[in-house]
Write a protein that binds this ligand. Structure first.
Ligand code: DC
Length: 220
């Protein structure tokens, strides 16, 4: 069976970790749509583009190749032939991505690409508008939530492991600010199941979603 699984939610809600695990268990393709927005933001910054110019950014995206490959430690992101997997996670890109992703002209091009990637099914896709715009007919739609405090703490632990020591309070502020900027894009589909991950482990969230998928398969 080649289902479409949509996972939406705010920054640092655990979407990508959980989506990757689900894709592994099902032997499906995982598509991190946030990485695609990050890649185009990286290119715009590198080329000193005006981040307020939606039409120019959309035009640039039309001439940009973004390829996602399943690597050993997650997803490898190739932008016009350059490996940008790590650099798209830099604070510089993270703090500018909402300014690029807010433009409707650019989103239209991006959503079309993502629809094409999802067309054959057998995909787990995560992002902000997956259940509403990219895969409105997805077989399972999940909306992950968690408090700002919890998300900041998770990010903090993640960064400490990588040797980055940003104060927790700063991370809280950053996440709250990104929530505010992403508000318009962040949409819960009417038929999405909300899972609050605040006090749940990654395994527990993964199991819950796997149960939803099994239920869906049984009812088909
Ligand atoms: O999931 P993430 O933090 O890597 O996403 C990076 C940014 O991209 C996020 O601030 C909002 C934007 N985004 C979006 O607008 N629509 C998506 N489908 C995915 C991400």
């Amino acid at each position: 069976m080649a289902l479409q699984i949509a996972i939406d939610g705010p920054a640092a809600a655990g979407k990508s970790t959980v989506a990757k695990r689900i894709a592994d268990r099902l032997h499906y393709i995982y598509i991190d749509t946030g990485a695609m927005y990050r890649a185009v933001t990286y290119k715009a910054l590198k080329n000193n583009m005006d981040l307020n110019d939606g039409p120019a950014l959309a035009e640039m995206l039309r001439h940009t190749h973004i390829d996602l490959f399943a690597g050993r430690d997650g997803q490898t992101v190739i932008l016009d032939g350059e490996d940008v997997t790590d650099v798209i996670r830099s604070p510089e890109v993270t703090n500018h991505v909402s300014f690029v992703s807010k433009h409707p002209e650019l989103r239209e091009v991006m959503v079309d690409r993502q629809k094409a990637l999802a067309a054959k099914g057998g995909v787990v896709m995560d992002g902000r508008d997956i259940g509403t715009r990219v895969m409105p007919h997805a077989d399972v739609k999940v909306f992950l939530q968690a408090s700002v405090e919890e998300r900041a703490e998770r990010r903090y632990k993640e960064q400490i492991k990588k040797g980055i020591n940003t104060p927790l309070d700063e991370l809280k502020k950053e996440i709250a600010l990104r929530d505010e900027r992403d508000q318009k894009q962040l949409q819960k589909a009417e038929d999405a199941i909300v899972i609050d991950t605040t006090s749940l482990s990654i395994e527990a969230v993964t199991d819950k979603i796997m149960d939803l998928i099994k239920e869906r398969v049984r009812s088909q």
